[in-house]
Write a protein that binds this ligand. Structure first.
Ligand SMILES: [Zn+2]
Length: 195
């Protein structure tokens, strides 16, 4: 091994001249937002998430983990409501589109809104699957398959640990006065201003 050649290379190398870039880092993004991975509209520090999430939720959403089949909190849930991203709270799926896929994971045939998740190719474990991540924060949710029920034919196979759940708005308390009866569909529920 020749130390001379190495030394020669170092000492004879011309100093690199950087173009004046002001506050913009070489990655082209403003200072402090330079990430090697895609950036998402919402971001959280790993430290905060480790405190806020359970170890299972952290592993699945941040490290692309998978919960064991039939172990998740929402596998058999038939409650009416909305499923959200456990990390950022974005609305993801409605209980109306949840169906029993017998896969062992909560399965949905459609999104609550186009674009609420991002689908990307996943070649891990020697398979080609489509990974589903939250479009707002990039958390791993699960995978998308094309063997779902009609009309979409899609099966969003999602880890329970990636999801939060908002119950459908509770029914009016039974102690309300009788006058609420007879309010037809579409009846205004806001305060009437006319006297
Ligand atoms: Zn999210």
């Amino acid at each position: 091994m020749s130390g001379f050649n190495l030394l020669h290379l170092i000492t004879s190398a011309k100093p690199v001249t950087l173009k004046p870039v002001g506050t913009v880092k070489p990655c082209g993004l403003p200072s402090g937002t330079c990430h090697s991975k895609k950036t998402w509209p919402k971001s959280f520090s790993q430290e905060e998430l480790r405190k806020r999430l359970t170890p299972m939720q952290f592993h699945i959403t941040q490290e692309k983990g998978t919960e064991s089949a039939f172990t998740g909190e929402y596998v058999d849930s038939k409650e009416q409501g909305t499923y959200t991203c456990v990390v950022c709270g974005s609305l993801l799926f409605k209980s109306d589109t949840k169906f029993d896929s017998r896969s062992g994971w909560p399965s949905f045939s459609d999104l609550i809104m186009e674009g609420s998740v991002t689908a990307t190719d996943d070649f891990s474990y020697g398979m080609h699957r489509v990974e589903v991540t939250c479009s707002q924060c990039g958390s791993h949710l699960g995978h998308l398959f094309d063997d779902g029920p009609k009309p979409t034919g899609k099966r969003y196979c999602i880890n329970s640990a990636s999801l939060g759940f908002q119950h459908k708005e509770p029914l009016p308390a039974p102690s309300l006065p009788d006058s609420v009866e007879g309010a037809g569909p579409g009846g205004a529920t806001g305060g009437h201003t006319e006297l």
